[in-house]
Design a protein around this ligand. Sequence first.
Ligand SMILES: [Zn+2]
Length: 343
Amino acid sequence: MHKQPGILFDRRYYEHGIPQLSLENSGRVRNLYSTLEGPEYTRQLRTYRPREASAADIESVHSSFYLEQLREHVNLNDPYSYDRDTYLMEQSLYTAALAAGGCLNLADRIMGGEIDYGFALVRPPGHHAEPGRGMGFCLFNNVAITAEYLRRVHGLQRILILDFDVHHGNGTQAVFYETAQVFFISIHQDKLFPFTGQAHETGSGKGQGYTINLPVHSQFGDAEYTFLLGKVLNGVVEQYLPQIILVSAGFDGHCEDSISRVLLTTHWYATITELLKHLAHEACDDRLLFVLEGGYNPVSLEASVLATVESMLHPVGRRPGVAYSERAARILTNHPLHGFWTV
Ligand SMILES: [Zn+2]
């Protein structure tokens, strides 16, 4: 039976943000939260509030030296003392702990069977945060903390993370580079911040082959993305059989988001959600959790998140068709994992 999807947001996420100085500010999500509080959505969705991630949750990914460093920078009272993107204010560490804890709350609801699909609409984002370093607006790596939690607390051994934010998820990759228990796939614009995520980065040690990077040209859009992810996800899910699918859902590859030159449309976010619903249905009892990463045009961000949520309102339907794309196919034939995961 189709269950109502769960979404999570909280106005306490506004407490970290410098509207005049940073693209990553609370103005990104204010209209979105208000829309989701309207009767049309509250009737059809289960709405959740976050808890704070515990020190043990956060330290499962981040070093105590890094956490100590962050606390020292908060005390300096200079938002940009840590680095030029990643600001720190009085409430920042509390807000970041609520962001990670929001994801954990939805992960618990999914594992408990209360919901199948979840979307944690958290701030600040997390996928650039490495074990010992914050960067690119990210303090705590929300999706990595969630995957570690699913291993530690729920005993999962095969977790798939798809990162379709237009920037490479360097932090998430760093956390899981040497393990086969978390499979990381990132599709992102090539030669864009943070300038990592080349195709030859495929994992190491026991994790060799369990990281797939798909750096794409600017000007790629819906057709190329659907072709690439359709091929790669089908192959990986069929062979790896993940027990849950986590999505680092950044919406900054939208054609109206000026931070990138990728040309995705609002409709694409519904298409990828439909595909992920199919894969989660085949492999892992429909367990599918989205975590908000980037997206800096509040209008296209809201429309794209709502397109995702609309898709989650319906049971698995027809599998989206995948049309052949010559220039996307070339990325696959040149990929070092070509033939390994039927990539
Ligand atoms: Zn991004």
